[in-house]
Design a protein around this ligand. Structure first.
Ligand SMILES: Nc1ncnc2c1ncn2[C@@H]1O[C@H](COP(=O)(O)OP(=O)(O)OP(=O)(O)O)[C@@H](O)[C@H]1O
Ligand SMILES: [Mg+2]
Length: 241
């Protein structure tokens, strides 16, 4: 579904040059939920931004379904953002004055649907995330977890095959964070229309909900499990938690 090959990215130049991604290779299958971890500043958001068509890489390529991209600026990957990749951010990015259904429908209208179609699709997406009874509430009338679910509805409403989530639970309490993970799992493991999710999290507990974990370390991704990511398997040798 999604393949990243030898992706490189630097910022700055000369002695200020910062080589952030040094040849990232990874792939995600349809229906897979993958957690991306790594130290602050290791390039997790940079990687997501390039996959999501918000930033150009320097070398390498990204293949998503039939589409190959990665080295050209945002204006060359409008179709990727519109049709292929949905985003979930830490701080929801909802419009304060619009109801849940209008927040979701507006995004669909921007991508070319008529307002009737958009409203219908928005309602279906909100039902899917369990907000069928909150469609006409504005963000202030919703809890943080519910607001994030509106954002998730917005991201999945256009039937995009890949969802990128940069610390989606960063602003949520533990219970709401777990709900978001449960919803992600449900969306990935949906029998009719499974999507793929790549999510950044700093929380190993939440990461353990994913099918697989990747660690971004020194500019490259490596397969990981919770224990090795946290250095628990080094020198301890024991079975303790
Ligand atoms: N537009 C930019 N210009 C210059 N440097 C940048 C830019 N964007 C990111 N960087 C640098 O690239 C490195 C990786 O940043 P990135 O935001 O991808 O890290 P991260 O892994 O998401 O960190 P965090 O866990 O703190 O969110 C950092 O050192 C950052 O300062
Ligand atoms: Mg980041």
């Amino acid at each position: 579904m999604l393949t990243v090959e030898n992706l490189e990215k630097s910022f700055g130049s000369g002695s200020n040059k910062l080589h952030v991604l040094k040849g990232v290779d990874m792939s995600i299958k349809q229906g897979e939920m993958v957690a991306l971890m790594g130290p602050s500043g290791s390039g997790k958001s940079t990687l997501l931004n390039i996959i999501g068509g918000l930033l150009a890489g320097d070398e390498g390529s990204i293949t998503l379904g039939e589409r190959t991209y990665g080295l050209r600026g945002p204006s060359h990957v409008v179709d990727v953002r519109r049709e292929l990749v949905g985003w979930i951010f830490q701080d929801f990015h909802l419009l304060d004055n619009l109801t849940a259904v209008d927040n979701v429908a507006m995004a669909l209208e921007l991508s070319g649907m008529t307002s009737d179609e958009a409203e219908q699709a928005a309602k279906v997406a909100l039902e899917k995330v369990g907000l069928g009874d909150r469609m006409h509430f504005i963000p202030d009338q919703l809890s943080g977890g519910q607001q994030q679910r509106v954002a998730i509805a917005r991201a999945i409403a256009g039937n995009r095959p890949v969802l990128l989530a940069d610390e989606p639970t960063g602003n949520l309490d533990i219970a709401s964070g777990k709900e978001v993970m449960a919803l992600f799992k449900q969306l990935c493991h949906d029998e009719e229309n499974p999507i793929s999710i790549l999510m950044v999290t700093h929380d190993p507990d939440l990461a353990s909900n994913a099918d697989r974990m990747l660690l971004l370390n020194d500019g490259r991704t490596e397969a990981s499990d919770i224990r090795s990511a946290w250095g628990l398997d080094k020198g301890e040798g024991g079975e303790e938690e």
